[in-house]
Design a protein around this ligand. Sequence first.
Ligand SMILES: Cc1cc2nc3c(=O)[nH]c(=O)nc-3n(C[C@H](O)[C@H](O)[C@H](O)COP(=O)(O)OP(=O)(O)OC[C@H]3O[C@@H](n4cnc5c(N)ncnc54)[C@H](O)[C@@H]3O)c2cc1C
Length: 512
Amino acid sequence: MALYDLLVIGGGINGLGIAADAAARGLSVCIVEKGDWGGGTTSASSRLIHGGLRYLQHGEIDLVRESLKERGTIVRQRPHLVHPISLLIPAYKTAPLPKWMVGVGLGMYHVLARDPLFPAPAPVSFADARKREPGLNPDGLTGGFTYPDAQMEFPERFCVELVQETVAAGGTVRSSTQVVELLAENKRVTGAILCDDLTGETSELRASVTINAAGPWVDVVSRLLPEAARPPRMMGGTWGTHLVLPVRPDTASPTGAIYANARKDGRPFFLLPWDDRLLVGTTDVKYTGDNPDTLEVEPWEIEYLLAETNHLFPGANYVPGDVQTTTCGVRPLPASDKNAGAVTRRHFLVDHGAKHGVHGLASVVGGKLTTYRSLAEEVTDWVLRTLGKTPVLCSTGYVPPDVPTVATLHSATAQTLRRLGLPVSLATGLVKRYGAASADILARVERDPTSGTFVAPNTPCIEAQVVHAAKSEFARTVSDIVRRRLMLFPPTAEAIAGVRRVVQERGLRLDG
Ligand SMILES: Cc1cc2nc3c(=O)[nH]c(=O)nc-3n(C[C@H](O)[C@H](O)[C@H](O)COP(=O)(O)OP(=O)(O)OC[C@H]3O[C@@H](n4cnc5c(N)ncnc54)[C@H](O)[C@@H]3O)c2cc1C
């Protein structure tokens, strides 16, 4: 039976942030994820690293300040995965907020950020807005504003890096492994029973402290405690859906990022360039279900998001058949009586010892992609205190002075591709997935030139990427590789078959 200082339940961005920080601070850590790393809510988000302009309306200044600070740190630490983007807020006569108020909010946002990497917001005239977005509906348009935020195109790959860091710092990571029971003795949580979904094996794990970081599944996980020790309901999430649409060839669809208000209900929604396509979302509906596993996109959500997109960009004329894929997830928000949009996006650590008399257990309620690092720092500080350990300074906010820029990585990768006789066009996809680790993938091709072969026709991935996923990126199934390592979204049958073939022919060890 394994004995750890810390068991983290849930391998989304928050659980992984905690595991990586705790391992780096010398704790023995095990993190357990029932699916694949980052495959839960983290992969169903709008993929923005943002201060939350909208939170200003609810007076959450501290949250905005913290988020903007974290935005600056993440962009500087991992520029290959997170980059600034400029958003256009088109102003219409029917907008729920007057233009001056939006301008004041953006000014505050900029002052709170005080970050030279993000330029000041700027008002744009009707003509400028149309020049920037020729397809934008001119009816009632009065101009608008541009402002900067940041985009994390692949949070799934961000999570893979956190897994690698956890392991490099001595942590244990187990994906496709579900916590099926929480063990408690005398009102103290002592560990968990795990079930490996791929091998069917069950095992027992003991830990001095357990963190329930299961996102919207936090209540589901706490129901795994013996009845007498179960805390009351903590979560009151809202669910949200995104659509992935093709970009129309003739600027009929957006050419850049847009932050608009829906005509139907005034809700804010985003149209974002994403991996050469368009990510549109989101809805925001109170989640009253018992288990987010059963969540499905509802037909009205597709209609609503398409109608709003078509209203803003009438020439794009999207129809349901254009939808390439959808994502749907529950925001892990605290239980609240407020309407969906008004529930705080702040995070809380619920110490069940202090609150419910059940020691050795705490739950993470809330949290965004953007604040994963500060959340992890706060939780790890708490774990160290609870264990009675000497405090160890957190180093995850440090930005090394020699982080390579995307341009540097691109040029080095392109040079190696040229030398290896591979298409230089692969450089962009490699750098935005692997950053400096693109060199490791190409080193595999250098050692074994056959691994420079494409996985399948029309699939911009080479066999070395599949080998890398199996050997260095903790993938356990073909689906893990296709969806969250190669980021083929949505994957074609050809690509899936190609990856399966590579796994078999190269004798790669996967459990699924
Ligand atoms: C529609 C939508 C849009 C969003 N947009 C943004 C955005 O643009 N920017 C931003 O900063 N934030 C955004 N968010 C919020 C953000 O996505 C989440 O707050 C964040 O991903 C939560 O991460 P997490 O690690 O807490 O949860 P998750 O990513 O859900 O991770 C929890 C993990 O726990 C695992 N788990 C559950 N039960 C068990 C068990 N019994 N055993 C083992 N593992 C288990 C699950 O499989 C899951 O992977 C958005 C959220 C939604 C829903």
